[in-house]
Design a protein around this ligand. Structure first.
Ligand SMILES: Nc1nc2c(ncn2[C@@H]2O[C@H](COP(=O)(O)OP(=O)(O)OP(=O)(O)O)[C@@H](O)[C@H]2O)c(=O)[nH]1
Ligand SMILES: [Mg+2]
Length: 346
């Protein structure tokens, strides 16, 4: 039995997606209501449907896609080339293609047979998902002060993400949140964060030098969570990264989340992961998922550079709604773009 889980606004929409992705022979195994919105706290109810497709006598798992012959090497080659075109490195494209085919064969009793492009795509999504680590999100407990810093290149959404996290923890989890910025590089940066602090009635401190850090943290008072916003840094500008590292060292954050844009190329993402390695990120946040055409390139860089676990995804400009906990299914949904259909003959 081949099993997948779908989420949609209502049962009808979920069933339509199941029909499109798995064919008309799929059967519903389980339904339940789940909450979406700000990491489950904003009450909008979604329907989650688990569907299965019977795979008898080593038949391929997708309806309407009967096996015809052994998977021809040109077909595997097409998938590999498609991944390379999306910016995936040669080595990772080779790995993902090989593992997708192996996965399908194992699932179908070790038989060599032809699979539909949809089956291959589904296998690819599972292979990539297994290669990307999704870590625990921030846990702010009452009366246990946690200091979290967000770092990353310019314009990726650090300040907006700080605001989303602050609002979520303050409003939904009723935690005492304080903001601290070390972004005094741009005149508008302090005002941008101050505006969020004012709206949410949060204490905020501005720190310019490492020797001011402890006083800044203390001045925030008795808070459960300190979110530190930082100036965008060019990952190739070592001196600026070193300056950032020194400022952060003075704060001794419990977690440092590296913020990267899902719209970046594989090589840019690799450059960011390498450039920020010296600040020792403990997690990664992938922003602008809504603007990203495909995630294959970014995820291949994550895999190759041994990126820290993905803590959050952001999906738009709305504060606080457009943020989700990093989730494997979600990151591979747009792996090869929308609609996701590599041109591989069945
Ligand atoms: N589409 C989309 N836009 C986003 C998302 N997150 C942030 N933005 C937008 O990206 C732009 C830059 O966001 P900021 O939060 O200022 O980015 P930053 O990393 O703090 O920028 P610097 O401090 O200048 O380095 C703004 O227009 C945000 O509204 C997202 O998930 N999706
Ligand atoms: Mg900023």
């Amino acid at each position: 039995m081949y099993i997948r889980t779908f989420q949609a606004a209502n049962l009808q929409a979920a069933l339509a997606e199941i029909r499109e992705q798995m064919g008309t022979d799929a059967t519903v195994l389980h339904t339940r209501q789940v909450k979406d919105g700000w990491m489950g706290w904003l009450g909008r109810t979604q329907v989650e449907v688990t569907a299965g497709l019977r795979t008898e006598n080593n038949q391929p798992s997708l309806a309407g896609q009967a096996p015809s012959e052994s998977l021809p090497r040109p077909e595997a080659e097409q998938l590999r080339e498609l991944l390379i075109r999306e910016g995936v490195s040669d080595a990772v494209a080779e790995r993902w293609t090989r593992r997708s085919i192996e996965t399908l064969r194992v699932e179908h009793g070790g038989q060599a047979m032809a699979f539909s492009s949809m089956a291959l795509q589904n296998a690819l999504q599972r292979v990539v998902a297994a290669d990307i680590e999704c870590g625990a999100p921030i846990r702010a407990l009452p009366n246990e002060r946690r200091v979290i810093a967000l770092v990353g290149p310019t314009g990726v959404g650090k300040t907006t993400t700080v605001a989303k996290l602050a609002a979520g923890f303050r409003i939904q989890q009723k935690r005492r949140v304080g903001l601290l910025t070390i972004d005094t590089y741009r005149i508008a940066a302090v005002h941008q964060l101050q505006a969020y602090a004012d709206i949410m009635d949060l204490p905020m401190q501005v720190v310019e030098r490492p020797d001011q850090m402890q006083a800044g943290l203390k001045a925030l008072g008795d808070v459960d969570l300190v979110l530190i916003d930082t100036a965008g840094r060019n990952p190739h500008f070592t001196a600026r990264i070193e300056q950032l590292r020194a400022l952060l060292a003075a704060a001794a954050p419990d977690e440092t989340h590296l913020v990267l844009s899902a719209t970046s190329s594989a090589s840019t993402t690799a450059g960011v992961l390498k450039g920020f390695a010296s600040v020792k990120p403990t997690a990664a946040i992938l922003t602008k998922m809504d603007e990203s055409e495909q995630t294959a390139g970014v995820l291949s860089a994550f895999y190759e550079q041994n990126a820290p676990p993905l803590s959050y995804l952001t999906t738009g400009q709305q504060v606080p709604d457009d943020i989700e906990v990093g989730n494997r299914d979600r990151i591979v949904k747009a792996l090869l773009g929308r609609p996701q259909a590599p041109a591989i003959a069945a």
